[in-house]
Ligand binder design. Sequence first.
Ligand code: DAH
Length: 319
Amino acid sequence: MYINMSKIEELKAELKTLGREYAKIKTLPESERKAFGEQLNAKKNALLAAIKAEEEAAESADVTPIDLTAPFAENAAKHEFKTGTKHPLTQELERVAKIYRLMGFNVIEARQLDDEFHMFDSLNFPKEHPARDGYDTFRTEEGFIPPAHTSTMQYRALTRFKNDLEKYGQIAVVVPGRVFRNEDVDATHEHTFYQCEGVFVSKDATLGQMLATWKNFFETYYGQKLNIKTQPGFFPFTEPSLEFQIEKPKALGGKGDGWLEMGGCGMIHPNVLRTAGIDPETYKGFAWGGGIDRLVMLKYGINDVRYFESGKLNFLKEF
Ligand code: DAH
């Protein structure tokens, strides 16, 4: 699927691309410059005229204002009412949650404002440690932190479901959520994006179960078998820590040779369990977390992450 920008935006993008062509003039031999320049000017004028025509057409489009005091039926007869749809990320977050629910996980919601304890202390970041700067966190004047990852929910997941350890012998929770980082924004980086965190604790949890869980999730999401690969990573809240990659799905043009970094995972650090009141001598756990926007971009061939937060109707109408 391709993202259908409005005609005007498309023309403006073309104009911008054309603008860059002008730099080529000085690289050409003197004799060719004039003709090339004239060609560019002609194209530019045609584009400007087309943009103007589209803008005028949009302005003069016949729009009857809705009379908010009139009965619904009267308005419905006069206007074409369109039903909205859920935001593409909401749709996909619901699919993600459903897959995990079918695997037996509880799903809880993250929050959009958090604090130093959940962002760092409860996750075994040493006080004043430089790793705290690695997350490019925003802060409010009052010292609150819009979460930079869904791992801020680990302490809450562990404490809230601690009773499940006695009842069912395990804690199994996933937490989709919106996260924020003070990043330079471009086609692959947003300051606001989504992640999904998973936490599992039992007496005999293993890294093998961890890898199988996440692999199974990706295979269900993309509807095909996938190879996975890990490499050592570092997160203060897991030991050992891994970075997790999947093979680029064939359904999406992968040939079994491309790897995609999907997030981090590992065995929950004993200090994290201890802080949540769970005895690490008796229980072990694994945790994992990664981005959702990338999953969705890959699935639909969206090439710019900024569309998600842009509020552009042309984009949203495609879903
Ligand atoms: N929160 C990490 C990040 O956003 C990813 C992560 C790594 C989550 C290891 C985990 C984990 O749960 O165990 O970079």
